[in-house]
Design a protein around this ligand. Structure first.
Ligand SMILES: [Cu+2]
Length: 320
């Protein structure tokens, strides 16, 4: 079984590589069901064609005489064998399901929040990261997930786990990775315009790297503020909704934004100075720019003051 497992874990056209520490049999089960279905399908087709070709036209009364109504042996065979197969598949699948659904008591707990259209991760020490889930290798992980807007679904294809992320409710998912590396995270519940861009990266690292990740300060002091702002623009996912070249996306472009007069949905006006820009980032729902939807998530607690300063500097730079 272990040999088969190491063979199937490599992945194929049908499944990506399996890095799970405890769901190794998942893939064997998948291939068993898959090939059983292929064999049955092709087998039925062959039988079907055989009878079409070999069948002869016969008179109705001849046919009635030869009509077979019962064959006990045959009926027992085609009832018992498929039933056995289904029972085996059920118990095997249920066993894997229980492993998938059971969380180890020593699991590391990470909070996951789905927002249109990014993932936010909160670590035990309060550190937050966007679109980047960093976990130690060979350590059970428990994700406690919720959404701040619509239905999302958190999918780790290489770990064979997926679960809905629902507003006003927690769902839990656990996994353990046996392999280092970077892997895909997808949202698999259609959640609006940018659903297909709601991607994140799972980084499986060793425990030293995990500790330094937890303690690392995100802010790069060595580069100019506006450049740091440009990095944050990409890293924190502002680029999903804001362009910097004047083109219109889900939100207004940042090009030429600084000191521009803004008109809001409620008919009021303001100048896009530092105070306004900061307010727009922390409390986006307070002033809705005319012609746009109230869809920007609040970045309160997600960006420190320094990062907001850097974004403002970047917006100024784009307005020169
Ligand atoms: Cu989503």
């Amino acid at each position: 079984m272990n040999n088969i497992q190491s063979l199937t874990k490599k992945g194929s056209f049908y499944l990506p590589e399996n890095i799970s520490a405890n769901l190794g049999q998942f893939d064997i089960l998948f291939y068993v069901i898959f090939w059983l279905s292929v064999i049955l399908f092709v087998g039925l087709l062959i039988f079907g064609f055989f009878f079409i070709i070999s069948g002869k036209r016969q008179q109705d009364d001849q046919l009635a005489k030869k009509q077979i109504t019962h064959n006990v042996k045959l009926e027992v065979i085609w009832t018992v064998i498929p039933t056995l197969i289904v029972i085996i598949i059920f118990f095997w699948g249920f066993k894997e399901y229980l492993i998938m659904r059971t969380t180890a008591p020593n699991a590391l707990e990470i909070y996951v929040s789905g927002k249109k259209w990014f993932w936010e991760f909160t670590y035990p020490n309060g550190k937050k990261a966007i679109d980047e889930l960093v976990v130690p290798v060979n350590q059970p992980i428990k994700l406690i997930m919720s959404s701040t807007d619509v239905l999302h679904s958190f999918y780790l294809p290489n770990l064979r786990v997926k679960r809905d992320v629902i507003p006003n409710r927690y769902t839990v998912m656990s996994f353990e990775s046996a392999k280092l590396g970077n892997y895909n995270i997808f949202c698999t519940e259609y959640c609006g315009d940018q659903h297909s861009n709601m991607k994140a990266i799972l980084k499986v690292v060793d425990s030293d790297d995990y500790t330094s990740f937890l303690n690392e300060v995100d802010f790069d002091e060595s580069i100019p503020l506006s450049e740091a702002g440009a990095n944050i623009y990409v890293k924190k996912g502002c680029n999903a909704c804001h362009s910097v070249d004047g083109s219109n996306m889900i939100g207004p472009t940042w090009k030429g934004l600084y000191n521009k007069n803004r008109e809001f949905a409620d008919g009021t006006y303001a100048k896009a100075d530092e105070v306004y820009l900061k307010e727009s980032i922390l409390y986006p729902q307070r002033k809705i720019v005319k012609g746009y939807q109230n869809v920007m998530p609040s970045y309160q607690g997600l960006l420190v003051d320094k990062e907001i300063d850097a974004i403002i500097e970047y917006i100024k730079e784009l307005s020169k």
